[in-house]
Design a binder for this molecule. Structure first.
Ligand code: ADP
Ligand code: MG
Length: 409
């Protein structure tokens, strides 16, 4: 029989308690603070450490707010040395009255996303904070103005923007919390999705893109991490953020060496830094995501971003039905057309791509005639046979691009 310990482990300090204590400490003159901490925290070292961290963050945030008249790089400077967890503490200190930060949800190349409670509306939200060094490199006003454009998007498959702003030198925006998973998480688990699921998700994302494109907003960062799945339906996140970062960064973005975007899903003209990137870059990205849902890996993989881009510029992707014979030829033709290297060879719009997927999925491989055959499908029978043989030989799984470790929903 196991012996019961006389005392349970102390529960982790609660934020309300930490915050109340931190406020009390901050109200004291510096020489009286240690005594108050001794009294209030007793021997509870974790509680004391949390309260001290909160007090330090509040002081840092107050200092940063004092710099608001300065350029972004200057006011963000005190936060540059802040560890990511300190960012959460700064948020609690500066935004605590509006958003109760609960925990980190995930981290991407540009930002960290926290689960928070919108205090006024009593709802759970995702609070996304740009990494301090990125926030410092951007023109804050410009960034906030640019993302306002995306706040006007209202569509059943676009995750809306609730709020945005600047707190303690950090740039943030707020969106609904999606209690589900990202498409990345699902792909990591299942590798290939059932055909109907893959086509359903692709069509919903195509609808969302077509809606935004009609309003002049291009996503520029369509990838499995930005497709959130809720109740089997797709919600596209981060609409217009990549462009807002680019616009607000100006020349500084290249100087700071920050690379934006994920090469596997990036259209060749976007990966090569071309200026004339339009809606067809999103068509390419959705084509690449759809290819991965069907095949199990994106059209071009490689050990580094440079290797992926080099292959994208010189090679044609492997056919789909050769690797997965259950995929109808019409669907394969539509996906390969979406990822044509030249924008002019792709569908003219996300709407046209979505329609082709709809027709292809229904026809189950029949001749649709809605689009012309993509250049890379115009192959002789020998090449098709070789492609099928190659697909069978690698059916056990080829070399996959190391999947992102960032997608944790
Ligand atoms: N609205 C949201 N609801 C729930 N989880 C989210 C939400 N937005 C983002 N996430 C999670 O946070 C992670 C990081 O998001 P982000 O910073 O946009 O980087 P990325 O999109 O490159 O993964 C996402 O992969 C996802 O797991
Ligand atoms: Mg994202």
């Amino acid at each position: 029989m196991s012996e019961r310990s006389p005392r349970a482990e102390p529960a982790p300090p609660r934020w309300t308690e930490v915050r109340a204590l931190a406020e009390a400490v901050l109200a004291q003159p510096p020489e009286r603070r240690a005594a108050l901490l001794d009294r209030a925290c007793g021997g509870d070292a974790p509680l004391r450490a949390e309260v001290e961290a909160q007090v330090r963050a509040c002081e840092r945030a107050a200092q940063a707010v004092g710099f608001l008249a300065e350029p972004a790089a200057a006011f963000a400077a005190p936060l540059l040395a802040a560890a990511p967890d300190d960012v959460a503490v700064v948020l609690r200190a500066t935004l605590g009255a509006r958003y109760d930060v609960e925990r980190e949800l995930g981290r991407g190349g540009m930002a960290t996303v926290y689960l928070a409670r919108d205090v006024r509306h009593q709802r759970r939200v995702a609070l996304k904070v740009l990494h301090p060094e990125l926030g410092a490199a951007l023109g804050a006003e410009r960034f906030l103005r640019e993302i306002e454009l995306t706040a006007g998007l209202q569509h059943p498959h676009i995750l809306p923007l609730f709020d945005s702003g600047r707190a303690g030198g950090l740039l943030y925006y707020v969106m609904p919390y999606v209690d589900g998973e990202t498409l990345r998480t699902r792909l990591t688990r299942e590798r290939q999705l059932p055909l109907d699921d893959a086509l359903g998700i692709a069509r919903e994302v195509a609808d969302a893109l077509a809606y935004a494109h009609a309003r002049g907003v291009v996503h520029r960062d369509v990838k499995p991490e930005n497709v959130l799945l809720h109740d089997g339906h797709a919600l596209v996140a981060d609409f217009g953020i990549a462009l807002a970062v680019r616009e607000a960064g100006g020349g500084r973005m290249t100087r700071t060496g920050l690379s934006l975007g994920t090469p596997q899903y990036m259209a060749p003209e976007q990966a090569s830094g071309g200026r004339g990137v339009d809606a067809r870059a999103d068509v390419y990205a959705l084509g690449a995501v759809t290819y991965e849902m069907l095949v199990g890996e994106p059209p071009f993989t490689g050990p580094t971003a440079e290797a992926v881009v080099a292959r994208m510029m010189t090679e044609t992707p492997r056919g789909i039905s050769g690797q997965r014979p259950s995929v109808p030829l019409d669907v394969e033709a539509a996906v390969l057309r979406a990822i044509e290297r030249l924008p002019g060879d792709r569908f003219v719009s996300a709407r046209a791509f979505g329609d082709a997927l709809r027709a292809g999925g229904r026809a189950g491989g029949g001749a649709g005639g809605v689009w012309t055959v993509p250049s890379r499908m115009r192959r002789g029978p020998v090449l098709v046979a070789l492609a099928v043989a190659a697909g069978l030989a690698s059916a056990a799984g080829g070399a996959a691009w190391p999947s992102s470790s960032r997608g944790r929903a």
